[in-house]
Write a protein that binds this ligand. Structure first.
Ligand SMILES: [Zn+2]
Length: 398
């Protein structure tokens, strides 16, 4: 997307809003110091942000008898955001405040192979139920973020997703907006619906809200399928077609058929669906990757063995990624990651053994901080970042 740089004033209100909403500054003095703007400019821009309802006076500032407030906070309660984390076999949705703090959430086992109609209608109905639960109206929604388990183009349209053929060419923003604002389409026109891969929203969640603000990291999602979000130089790396990080379908030299119709993919031996198949053959009653994780946590011998073996296979693929990208952190999440130790131990064992010494010297391999919420929080953050983009705010308010 081409940003209209010319329309953005220098020393704009957007810069101050970014300092306030990211917690880097709250006082007038800090804002002057960190922005480098003149004190009078800061005063003017703060008035515009207060007027627009984007910030509110904070602390004792309200009670200083006529003097302008000195301390400010992001007005996180001026509306809500909706976040959806659509995974291959499990979907979570949440209503959050404008700073992406979860207010209400729900989840369901949904197979993306059931197609966009089934999955997206569940998502929009769940949004409506959650809004009612927190006492909010559709008119309170300021933005919607959605993660999907396949490559999307810049407009939120799925592009040849390997495991979800019925979704090819589907515009998720169009579908979600139409279903959500049915009968009130004009209301939906100003509400952005932003879409990215499920692994990317998870990476964004961990980066912005999970304390993993590392310039170079790999966030691995291990559930029924396997994917990775790459943060390179502080930004999500999507690749030329939005297909970067498709870890699960890297060839690993076996001949196992994969659900993407190729053979020998990492998923075909290490994905949750491959472990599930093996356990079912052994007579276990397992359906989801959460079932597998639960068995592993309980110490079921066979499950622990299979999960640790999957960890080693994933570790082999990650060792290559480490050799190429030299990340400082590998963050491991997804429903199968709830199996914890056997999976992490398997990954660590192989990555530290295989990766080049220099690239892995200070490498940390850790579980997600946000756990199963990483995706929904990341989805809300995706649209939060769009709504409060500094240039966008400065162009609107001066
Ligand atoms: Zn495959």
């Amino acid at each position: 997307m081409v940003k209209k740089r010319a329309a953005v004033p220098r020393a704009g209100a957007g810069t101050l809003l970014t300092l306030i909403r990211t917690g880097r500054a709250s006082t007038r003095a800090d804002l002057v110091r960190l922005s480098g703007f003149a004190r009078s400019t800061v005063a003017q821009r703060l008035d515009a942000l207060l007027e627009a309802g984007l910030i509110v006076p904070a602390g004792d500032a309200g009670s200083t008898g006529g003097r302008p407030p000195e301390t400010f906070a992001f007005n996180r309660h001026a509306g809500v955001l909706l976040g959806a984390d659509i995974g291959g076999s499990h979907t979570r949705v949440a209503v959050t405040d404008l700073a992406a703090d979860v207010l209400a959430e729900t989840e369901a086992d949904l197979d993306v192979a059931d197609g966009p109609d089934a999955v997206l209608s569940w998502v929009t109905e769940a949004f409506a139920r959650l809004l009612a639960r927190v006492g909010r109206e559709i008119s309170d929604v300021r933005g919607v973020g959605v993660g999907v388990p396949g490559p999307v183009d810049g407009t939120g349209r799925l592009v040849s997703p390997p495991i979800m053929p019925d979704w090819d060419g589907v515009s998720v923003p169009e579908r979600v907006s139409r279903a959500l604002f049915k009968g009130a389409e004009e209301m939906g026109e100003d509400v952005p619906v932003v879409v990215d891969r499920d692994v990317n929203i998870m990476a964004l969640g961990e980066q912005k809200a999970g304390g993993h603000d590392h310039a170079d990291m790999v966030v691995v999602k291990i559930g029924i399928g396997i994917g990775a979000g790459l943060i390179v130089g502080g930004e999500i790396y999507r690749g030329a077609q939005g297909a970067a990080g498709d870890l699960g379908h890297l060839r690993r030299g076996t001949d196992e058929p994969c659900r993407c119709d190729n053979r020998g993919c990492l998923e075909a031996t290490a994905g949750g669906w491959a472990i599930r198949r093996r356990l079912v053959e052994l007579g276990y009653d397992v359906r989801t990757s959460q079932d597998i994780a639960r068995l592993a946590r309980r110490g079921d011998h066979e499950t622990v063995r299979l999960v640790r073996q999957a960890g080693r296979l994933i570790g082999e693929a990650l060792a290559d990624v480490v050799g190429l990208f030299n990340p400082s952190h590998i963050i491991v999440g997804g429903n199968l990651a709830e199996a914890r130790e056997p999976l992490l131990a398997g990954i660590r064992e192989v990555v530290y053994e295989r990766a080049q010494v220099l690239a892995s010297r200070d490498l940390q391999i850790v579980p997600t901080t946000l756990g199963h919420r990483a995706g929904t929080i990341g989805a809300a953050l995706l649209v939060h970042e769009r709504l409060y983009d500094a240039d966008r705010i400065s162009a609107a308010l001066g």
